[in-house]
Each structure stands twice: as structure tokens, then as C-alpha cells.
Design a protein around this ligand. Structure first.
Ligand code: NAD
Length: 301
């Protein structure tokens, strides 16, 4: 059977994800959907032609009928934050867009695993979960994998080591209340001795890098695309990677009915297990505070 992936929202991040997945040859078909039809067809054609030498993946522009049989549906439809827009304004606007998308996914691809990107991703992932009625293990928000890539990058810069020698995870909200799990950081397989000053520097470096990308180019594309590719490869390849993903919790970490970034095992069924790590007490209390912030916004959308 052919492996199909659908991407809904073929803007900056949706098209970067399609391009990345197609060149990694993880699927036989990638179908892109968007309400901006000309732009959609242009994106699909541009990506399809980039594959002429390399990949057998078929990339095409489609409609909801074409998402039938998709293993994974990636939701990137929505707007980015515009000047003067609060995070709550963004949540309300994107929740209303995504409710419509989610009900079409439920109708046309009822067995798919959903990966949500639309921001604020934790709140929106909970909206998708409710609107589809899917099991929580099949509705997964992307935020933590990207934040963890950035965390590794910031640690490697501060400690002047290769990023590939750093193992580090960001949990909690994909936003201001994120939790940098310093207690779990390994550098070359060992816990590094980081001073308070170094931790602050790493945290500031991480925040500044994200803000700078948005300020300088208006959106993030390539790093989130790699983050999604890692998740997709783990699901399609049934790799059981432990990755930080936003998932609706059922009491794990003392949190219930909130979608928030926690370490999960990703495999062919989506979230196969929520890992309950023994976090440092201050990290655990920051995670719980992060859940309250998400829940507060969740109740308003
Ligand atoms: P963009 O404006 O370039 O693309 C969004 C696309 O969604 C547009 O092409 C628009 O036409 C489409 N769209 C809107 N309503 C739709 C609908 N009902 N059905 C289908 N398509 C629809 O924006 P972008 O930079 O690609 O970002 C998209 C979203 O993803 C934003 O909310 C952004 O904040 C979020 N994002 C999240 C992450 C993450 O790591 N979670 C990373 C990057 C972007």
C-alpha cells in the first residue's frame, strides 16, 4: 500500500515541510491543500520539479477527497502573529480556522495520525483533538522538537562543542512558559557542569534566536520542517524515538486535559507512550505552571 502524507496549509512552513519530506523519500505521495489555489498549485509544482533527479515521491495539489488513506495529516493552516495581535487573538483566529480543517480531516482521513503546527500549537492541538474526537495518541503537536533543536544549538554555542554532542530537551508550552530541562542535558554522554550564568545565557540565546528569525525574515520554515521530518520518520518507520511532543495529558505529571510538550515514544500508532521523567522539582513546577497558562487560553478559544 502507498504511504500518503497530507499537508493542509501550503504557506511558508507547510511548503518547507513538503519539500523536506519529499527529499527524504519518506512517503510515496504528498498532497498539499490550501485555500489560496494559485499559490498552492505553484508550490506543488515547484517542489515536484525539484525532485526530478532524486525522489520518487509524487507531490501534488489537491482537495479533501485526495487526503483519503493518508497515514499522516500535517496541519499548518492559519495565520502567523501580526503586529498588534495578542497571543489570545491569534489563538481565537486560528482555532476557528483549524476547527473547520479538523472536521474535514475527520470525515476524509479518519484513521490518520495528525501533526499540528498552527500556533499557539498547544492550544490548537487541543482544539484539533476535540474537533476530531480522535484518540489523543493520534493528535500530536509540534513545538518541543523544534525548541529542543534550538536548545541543543544554544548549549553547543555556549560550551563551544558540536551540537551533535548535545542531548537536550525542551518541555512545556511552545512559547514563553517553556521548560528547559537542564537536569536532563548530556554533553558527550555526561551531565555538564553549568553555572547559573551559563544557564541564563543559554536561555537568552535560545529566545533571541527565535525572535531574531521572526524579526528578520517574518517566519520560521527550515528548522520546523526538520523537526516535523524527525517525527514523521519515527512514526512511519515505527522507530520508537523519544521526542518532546504536545499531547493531551490524562494525569501524567499531574496534568489533565491540556495538550503540552512532554517526552513521548513515537511509533506506528502515533504516541505509543508518555514518558514520565523524574524532573527536577523546579522544572516540574514550571511545567505545571505552563499547563495552567495553556489551559487558561484553551478556555477562552
Ligand atoms: P503562512 O501564512 O505562510 O501559511 C499559512 C497558510 O494557511 C496560507 O497559505 C493560508 O492560505 C492557509 N490557510 C488559511 N486558512 C486555511 C484553511 N481553512 N484551509 C487551508 N489552508 C488555509 O504561514 P506559515 O508561516 O506557514 O505558518 C502557518 C502556521 O504555522 C502559523 O500559525 C505559524 O505560527 C505556525 N508555525 C508553527 C511552527 C511550530 O513549530 N509549531 C513553526 C512555524 C510556523
Amino acid at each position: 500500500m502507498k504511504t500518503k502524507i497530507a499537508i493542509i496549509g501550503a504557506g511558508r512552513v507547510g511548503s518547507a515541510i513538503a519539500y523536506t519530506l519529499a527529499h527524504k523519500k519518506v512517503a510515496d505521495e504528498i498532497v498539499l491543500l490550501d485555500i489560496m489555489k494559485d499559490m498552492l498549485e505553484g508550490q506543488a509544482l515547484d517542489i515536484a520539479q525539484s525532485l526530478a533527479w532524486t525522489s520518487g515521491t509524487r507531490v501534488f495539489a489537491g482537495d479533501y477527497d485526495d487526503i483519503e488513506g493518508s497515514r499522516i495529516v500535517i496541519i499548518c493552516a492559519g495565520v502567523g502573529r501580526k503586529p498588534g495581535m495578542t497571543r489570545l487573538d491569534l489563538a481565537v483566529t486560528n482555532a476557528s480556522i483549524v476547527r473547520g480543517v479538523a472536521s474535514s480531516v475527520k470525515q476524509h482521513a479518519p484513521h490518520a495520525i495528525i501533526i499540528t503546527l498552527t500556533n499557539p500549537v498547544d492550544v490548537i492541538n487541543q482544539v484539533v483533538w476535540r474537533a476530531t474526537g480522535f484518540h489523543r495518541d493520534r493528535v500530536i503537536g509540534q513545538g518541543g522538537v523544534l525548541d529542543s533543536l534550538r536548545f541543543r544549538w544554544a548549549i553547543s554555542k555556549t560550551l563551544k562543542v558540536s551540537p551533535s554532542d548535545v542531548d537536550a530537551y525542551v518541555l512545556g508550552e511552545h512559547g514563553d512558559s517553556k521548560v528547559l530541562a537542564f537536569s536532563k542535558v548530556l554533553v558527550k554522554g555526561k551531565p555538564p557542569k553549568l553555572s547559573v550564568g551559563e544557564k541564563i545565557k543559554i536561555s537568552e540565546e535560545l529566545d533571541a534566536s527565535n525572535e531574531n528569525i521572526i524579526k528578520k525574515k517574518g517566519a520560521t520554515e527550515f528548522a520546523p520542517a526538520q523537526a516535523v521530518a524527525r517525527m514523521v520518520e519515527s512514526i512511519i518507520g515505527d522507530k520508537k524515538d523519544v521526542l518532546p511532543c504536545s499531547v493531551v495529558l490524562r494525569g501524567e505529571y499531574g496534568i489533565k486535559d491540556v495538550s503540552i510538550g512532554v517526552p513521548v515514544v513515537l511509533g506506528r500508532n502515533g504516541v505509543e507512550k508518555v514518558e514520565e521523567w523524574a524532573l527536577d522539582p523546579s522544572e516540574l513546577s514550571t511545567l505545571k505552571r505552563s499547563a495552567e497558562i495553556i489551559q487558561d487560553m484553551q478556555e477562552k478559544v
